[in-house]
Design a protein around this ligand. Sequence first.
Ligand SMILES: Cc1ncc(COP(=O)(O)O)c(C=O)c1O
Length: 425
Amino acid sequence: MSADEAKRQQTINLSAGPSMLPTSVMLEAQKQFVNHDDSGMSMMEMSHRDAGGPVQNALQYAMDATRDLLDVPDGYHVLFCQGGAHGQFAASIQNLVSPGGSVDVIRSGFWADRFINTEAKRLCGNVNIAWSGEDTNYTTLAPASQWNWADDSEMIHMCHNETIHGNEYHYDPILPPGAPVLSADATSTLMSRPVDIANYGLIYASAGKNLGPAGSTLVIVRDDLLGKARDECPSILNYARQAETMPLPSLYNTPPTYNIYMTSQVLKEYVDMGGLEVIERKAIARAGHIYGAIDASNGFYQNSVAADCRSRMNVPFRITGQDGAVNDELEAKFIEEAFKIGIEQLFAHPLFPGLRVTMYNALPDAHVAKTAEFMHQFFERYGQNTSSQNDDTESSYATASQIAMYGALPLVGIAGTVTAGSGLP
Ligand SMILES: Cc1ncc(COP(=O)(O)O)c(C=O)c1O
């Protein structure tokens, strides 16, 4: 193992995005960086106009693997666009909602509000709230049967996973015939579970989480929604323009070629892992270990999201002191002590203080286990004023049903096997 590889293995990168990529993909990229497949050129130095050339092959593979992994039905286009999810907030409206038309929003947290405030209020005649989690401080989500959309609404916007508030839809809402088109911002969860694409008119994800480096945006759009863009829609955001380019879609202008190549390699890794059912099982078990550490702390760690919609990708939490109030000093200490054993990027979003453990697909199981172990140890050192109900067994890191269903994660730390209650400083 190279020194770089060893260093990566010792570093637990919990970044919420741009996030860690699979080490195997990074090493292959490093190997190919200046001389891709003995061409004497880097992938980033080759033209996207070379029909059947390496760039187009990478794009084709990324589209095919997306179709494969998500079982995208016929009648949908898979596009790689630019502008991130913010670009899609505008693109979704400009392609699917007529000028002055109404849109509905499921207010699930920060990112749903971001859609409302950055683009929907500006670009739509009406913004209706079909359901809001504000009353519960975004700790709950509602099924589609509780959504109240307006009769004249042309699109319902939802966020699959609120990266900051830490709530997640683990299923795909089914809307009745005649309902507005469902559009999902799946940025921080796509490729972590199978998705019933047929339930959506549009689904998109900014890369930089489970898809590869930041810079491209995966868009899956139903064909009958193409060709309806408003006149003022910039051509770069017009799905039909992107869909009709030859010989492949997504070649309307110069795409982020190297990012798409990296995404193709990340997706290949997911195919090799056995696909999204396997990845989902891992995600459930991994999240169970972190929530298990929180739930075993008798309120020392606070995450109030309802059990049925806790995010498997992002776990925000606070640390409380003896008085039960959030304790900034303990949180700072948590970050400092975690850093000493290689756990990094634990801070939450700058707008929302606190801590956050992010577990996108590329994070090794052992890194999740070590993080859970550290949380447990930290609670033992600083949370003893609260009398935990749980004992120090492995089962305190995941719910019993999760372990029964998917098996316990081996609690293997970087330095070797660790058992609960032992080892870490
Ligand atoms: C759920 C969600 N939506 C949208 C965005 C914004 O993505 P971008 O910055 O690529 O536009 C993010 C970024 O973290 C996100 O987590």
